[in-house]
Write a protein that binds this ligand. Structure first.
Ligand SMILES: C[S@@+](CC[C@H](N)C(=O)[O-])C[C@H]1O[C@@H](n2cnc3c(N)ncnc32)[C@H](O)[C@@H]1O
Length: 429
């Protein structure tokens, strides 16, 4: 038997440490409310092999995508519903997701999970898994959204967005690249074998990023098409642009490659390290400042300010399915209060006649439409500079109010995009 070693140095069957790490990850998200990525290092500490760490992440992420459907299956096979936080439910979730969604043979899925419930509900887990296997249980083709999210998004956006979100969970999102020099888009479409939805954009079905042509030379970087639009709204320019809440730097690279003298500000040192790496790889430059935008201030007003504000991040649920489970209404309100303060403060850093772009990767109106309305109600020196059709890819249209809202279902035929809100505001001269 091949042996692996847990961080308690006990010999264990191969494959068990990855499943234990998957359980830790799920506990971190569902009970502690942590982002999946933030919990990764701790949950997988003691696992040396990168493929085991990747497996733990894949099991946890797929469980989060399929949680309501996995729980419905488990509940169909137990006399009484198990508590949400029961060990048996957690073990069954990861055993079932492996066999029903990740292609793991049933015997491997259950034999690597049972050691995790030794001395506990082993018999129950084995019994329920066996019952569901004999019934040839399957997951629905289109996943079900967790109820609180479905209710919230239905109230805000209606049936189509719910359908769009459920379909979006079912399919792996495409890989979007921003091309540093938009004039070379056709060349990269050909070389990478992708499609382009607008100049400076290439979409691939997926791929191992560091091995793709052009990565090492810094010809492009990964950025969802919706995430690339806020910086595009600023356009090309030779003046001073502030990129606020800038790390890991997708928008900084866009602004720098569009000719701006960029100052990038973010409070997270570790995320700024990635921004520095990104600038080095793409040979672009920016002044990088580690600071809290609620305390820092620029020496002089800027021609353009981009505020990509911290938010609930519910718009990026395709790649980060933890947001579907850990983001609560109270957090949305807290983020909205923070965004309001940031917007009020940073609006003073735009020169008269200059431009302010406000963006969030959120599907919550409180972090988008309502924020914009409140801001315009308090700042008579600002007006919306409406987004024009020629600034957007085919299939996207600005709202009649001049801002842009992307939803689950937007660009669905081309592979979709993240949920975003963005508005361009111009300061009176
Ligand atoms: C949506 S992410 C930014 C993504 C980035 N604009 C890009 O395109 O790569 C939000 C960022 O806000 C930063 N942040 C949160 N609170 C902040 C604060 N008070 N001051 C400065 N940055 C902050 C976070 O560290 C995070 O990097």
């Amino acid at each position: 038997m091949i042996l692996a070693y847990s961080n308690t140095a006990q010999p264990e069957p191969a494959g068990v440490p990855a499943r234990r790490a998957a359980l830790r990850l799920l506990d971190a998200v569902l009970r502690q409310g942590l982002p999946l990525e933030a919990a990764l290092d701790r949950a997988t500490s003691g696992i040396d092999r990168a493929d085991d760490r990747a497996l733990a992440h894949a099991i946890a992420a797929e469980t989060l995508r399929r949680l309501p459907d996995l729980d419905a299956l488990i509940d169909s096979a137990t006399a009484r519903p198990l508590p949400d936080d029961a060990k048996a439910r957690a073990a069954l979730r990861i055993a079932l997701v492996q066999t029903l969604a990740l292609g793991t043979p049933a015997h491997a899925a259950i034999s690597t999970v049972l050691p995790l419930v030794d001395g506990g509900p082993r018999k129950l887990v084995h019994g329920v898994f066996g019952t569901l296997s004999r019934q040839n249980a399957s997951l629905p083709e289109i996943p079900t959204l967790p109820d609180p999210v479905a209710i919230r998004w239905h109230a805000a956006w209606g049936d189509d967005a719910i359908e769009g979100a459920e379909h979006a969970i079912a399919a792996p999102p495409p890989l979007d690249l921003v091309i540093a020099d938009p004039a070379t888009t056709d060349r990269w479409v050909e070389e990478l074998g992708g499609v382009s939805l607008m100049p400076g954009h290439v979409r691939l079905p997926g791929g191992h990023v560091p091995e793709l042509p052009g990565f090492e030379e810094g010809a492009w970087w990964v950025q969802d098409i919706a995430a690339s639009l806020p910086a595009r709204l600023i356009g090309r320019g030779a003046g001073v642009a502030l990129d606020l809440c800038a790390a890991p730097g997708g928008k900084t690279m866009q602004l720098a490659s569009a000719g701006w003298q960029v100052t990038s500000v973010d409070s997270a040192q570790s995320r700024l390290a990635r921004l520095h790496d990104n600038l080095a790889r793409t040979k672009l430059s920016a002044d990088v400042v580690t600071a809290d935008v609620l305390k820092w201030a620029p020496a002089a007003p800027a021609d353009a300010v981009l505020l990509d504000a911290p938010c609930s991040a519910t718009g990026i649920f395709r790649r980060h399915p933890d947001v579907l489970h850990r983001v609560r209404p109270s957090q949305i309100s807290e983020m909205a209060a923070l965004q309001e303060k940031m917007l009020a403060r940073t609006a003073d850093w735009v020169r008269p006649g200059g431009v302010l772009v406000y963006a969030t990767c959120s599907l919550e109106p409180a972090e988008g439409e309502q924020q914009l309305k409140r801001f315009l109600g308090t700042r008579s020196d600002y007006a919306i500079d409406p987004i024009r059709q020629e600034e957007l890819p085919d299939g996207l249209a600005a709202h009649a109010g001049g801002y842009l809202r992307t939803l689950p279902g937007t660009l669905a035929d081309q592979g979709g995009c993240d949920g975003f809100f963005m508005a361009r505001l111009r300061r009176a001269v």
